[in-house]
Design a protein around this ligand. Structure first.
Ligand code: IVH
Length: 662
């Protein structure tokens, strides 16, 4: 018996929803992205051929609408507060005492729930329909990001059983896998990477084009209430259960407890459980359960007195320092690396950690054989933070800085707290330079990553950067594990790099202190590599953003005989040495001649702001002075903000920036 379209539709809808739940809520997808896309297409096709069947909450409705010019700012009906934080169990116990005292003998009970490391939002449903979504903003007023939030797959646009008016508070996040995929595709396109999933989620919420937002699988967890009209809930526990019962995205991990010992137990239990959540969790939130008691306890200016966040310390472990090796970077800087007895840290096994530099080693008195404490906070590379002196074995050996380059035995020079190999022929530097040259953010040569760079140098196929362009299929296929197809692909990638814009070549050369953004400025100003290579100090300081120190580095770089040889042979190899028309587009704009300083945490990567400012004619400098025109300040801005205020420099927020830009 064949099924009717309606039956088919119901089955497909249920199936897509089930996979959404597995992906977003359980973080355990059962099928590949491609298989999911196929199901989704089928659903969409059925809706197109039978429009009457289409469910108004279908996942296919989450595609976004027309782009906005800017976000409207809207006042919050109930202020969006933040939470008091603590890292200590003692302070947590003080909080419980305070609650008890202020409840004057009433018995207290608590709910323990995850503190989600995302972006706070408010969501309003009126007569069962999602009508408004706002960012926290300054707590009083937020940006209207309704269209963006409507793209969230697990968020129904209509929920008939809701009270007439109900506002939820929750946290938007980007699942770990989606974050990795997003950064990967940004890297491919040479765009700045997001530092962590939270920044990526914040940046996504602030996109003006909700169709773009719909391509990034944002997710949300609801955990609180704002304004409510209609039958009210009595406890936080009831809220959590009701959120799930309404079919809204909540979270299933919450505990209802009474005594301080139970609170502590639940907090520790959550610390174990949180590694399995689809979102990053940086703590536990402890909330008084009864809403009437929350009311009695009230709030301070900043935070409620009925809740506290207990933050988990960044994960640390102790392990044995087995050895110290030295890594040579592309400019010759030597980084000491700790080789460790493998240890589990934040869900991954760590066998190496950075020791930063030799002064740091001396200051912490770290020796080979020591038991050391390693830490991994967020996305950062693990680092050795201290030594357990009580456990120092008698035969522990101090770490001596190398006297010559560990790779080429060339001479070393001290520069600040760093040691640097000054040899131009060091193959350690060459491998890193090659890797940098070919990197996606520079010349973008597909197939030429760290492993390939090492292999090519070790096999003697590349002794200077320009030898990349002498590679042939014959030479490549002689390498181990290199098939004909990979060789052809690599050669095609190398060939394509001949036609890259000038700024990529300038960046790829690896001139000390010259990053991608400055490379763009130089390309625009000098228009050809010949002209840049002949520029004097005076010529260089004429260009926007080039200070005297950087100018000296550039002049010194182009004066070296090895650079001259390199350029001659790159030109012979047919590389583009001139700025392409699109690099030269007139950039006069509202910020023409204006100097900016950027400080604090912003919703987009720094590079994005710099690009935006430059595209409008402005420039970005590192420190605040009387000559600074604007300080763009994000959250937790510190000394630069203070200095700007002291000097009377105009300080603007992201929002004011957007207003200025229109
Ligand atoms: S309740 C009035 N519960 O953490 C109290 N907040 O650092 C409102 N957060 O502003 C907050 N998970 O953005 C609450 N389970 C949770 C949370 C949570 C994450 C965020 C929220 C808050 C910030 C405070």
């Amino acid at each position: 018996m064949s099924s009717t379209p309606a039956q088919n539709y119901a089955r497909l809808l249920q199936e897509v929803r089930r996979h959404d739940h597995l992906y977003y809520v359980q973080a355990q997808p059962e099928i590949s992205d491609t298989a999911y896309d196929r199901l989704y297409r089928e659903l969409l096709d059925l809706e197109t051929t039978h429009p009457k069947l289409a469910d108004e909450n279908s996942p296919t409705r989450k595609v976004g609408g027309a782009p906005l010019d800017s976000f409207r700012t809207v006042a919050h009906a109930v202020r969006m507060q933040s939470l008091n934080n603590t890292y200590s169990e003692q302070e947590l116990s003080d909080f419980l005492d305070r609650v008890e005292k202020n409840l004057h003998g009433q018995e207290s009970e608590f709910v323990i729930e995850p503190k989600i490391d995302g972006v706070a939002v408010s969501l309003r449903y009126e007569n069962g329909r999602l009508t408004q979504g706002l960012t926290r903003g300054d707590g009083e007023r937020g940006d209207d990001i309704t269209e963006n939030l409507k793209t969230i797959r697990t968020l129904p646009l209509s929920v008939p059983k809701l009270p007439a008016k109900i506002e939820f508070r929750g946290e938007v996040y980007l699942p770990e896998a989606a974050f990795a995929a997003l950064n990967q595709s940004r890297q491919k396109k040479g765009e700045a990477l997001f530092a962590n999933p939270r920044n990526a989620a914040a940046g996504t919420c602030k996109l003006l084009d909700s169709r773009e937002v719909s391509k990034r699988p944002l997710a949300i967890v609801l955990y609180g209430l704002g304004e409510v009209a209609g039958p009210t809930l009595k406890t936080q526990l009831e809220l959590h259960r009701q959120i799930l019962a309404w079919g809204l995205p909540g979270h299933e991990w919450f505990r209802h407890v009474r005594t301080p010992a139970e609170v502590l137990h639940a907090v520790r239990e959550l610390d174990q459980a949180r590694t399995q959540f689809p979102f990053a969790t940086d703590g536990a939130v402890i909330k008084v359960n009864r809403l009437d008691q929350q009311k009695i306890l009230g709030q301070t200016d900043k935070a409620p007195r009925w809740a506290i966040a207990y933050k988990y310390a960044p994960e640390q472990s102790e392990t044995r320092l087995l050895n110290v090796t030295f890594q040579v970077g592309r400019t010759g800087v030597i980084t000491p690396v700790a080789e460790l007895e493998p240890v589990l840290l934040s869900g991954s096994t760590v066998a190496r950690a950075t020791l930063h530099n030799f002064e740091e080693i001396a200051r912490k008195d770290i020796r080979v054989g020591d038991l050391v404490r390693v830490e991994k906070a967020g996305e950062v590379i693990p680092a050795v933070i201290s030594v357990n002196l009580a456990q120092r074995p008698p035969q522990s050996k101090p770490i001596r800085p190398p006297k010559t380059c560990p790779v080429c035995q060339g001479p070393l020079e001290k520069e600040d707290v760093f040691l640097r190999c000054t040899s131009r022929d060091c193959i350690g530097q060459l491998k890193r330079r090659l890797q940098h040259f070919a990197h996606r953010g520079a010349m973008d040569i597909e197939g030429l990553g760290e492993v390939m760079a090492t292999q090519l140098v070790d096999a003697g196929l590349i002794q200077h950067l320009d030898h990349i362009y002498d590679l042939t299929e014959e030479k490549l296929t002689a390498l181990e594990r290199m098939g004909e197809k990979s060789a052809t692909n690599l050669l095609a990638g190398i060939d394509a790099s001949r036609r890259r814009p000038l700024w990529r070549l300038i960046f790829g050369l690896g001139i000390p202190q010259v990053g991608a953004v400055l490379s763009e400025t130089l390309a625009r100003h000098f228009r050809s590599l010949d002209r840049l290579s002949r520029a004097s100090l005076a010529d260089l300081t004429q260009a926007n953003d080039v200070g005297p120190k950087v100018a000296e580095e550039i002049v010194a770089f182009f004066h070296e005989a090895s650079t001259r040889r390199l350029l001659t042979s790159l030109q012979k190899a047919g590389l583009n040495f001139s700025a392409l028309p699109e690099e030269l587009e007139e950039r006069g704009g509202i910020f023409s001649g204006k100097k900016f300083v950027i400080t604090g945490t912003l919703s987009l990567p720094r590079e994005d702001w710099i690009r935006q400012i430059q595209s409008l004619g402005g420039s970005v400098v590192g420190s605040v002075s009387a000559k600074t025109d604007f300080v763009l300040a994000g959250e937790e801005a510190g000394s630069k903000l203070e200095k700007a205020r002291a000097l009377g420099v105009r300080v603007i927020s992201e929002k004011e920036f957007e207003k200025l830009v229109g």
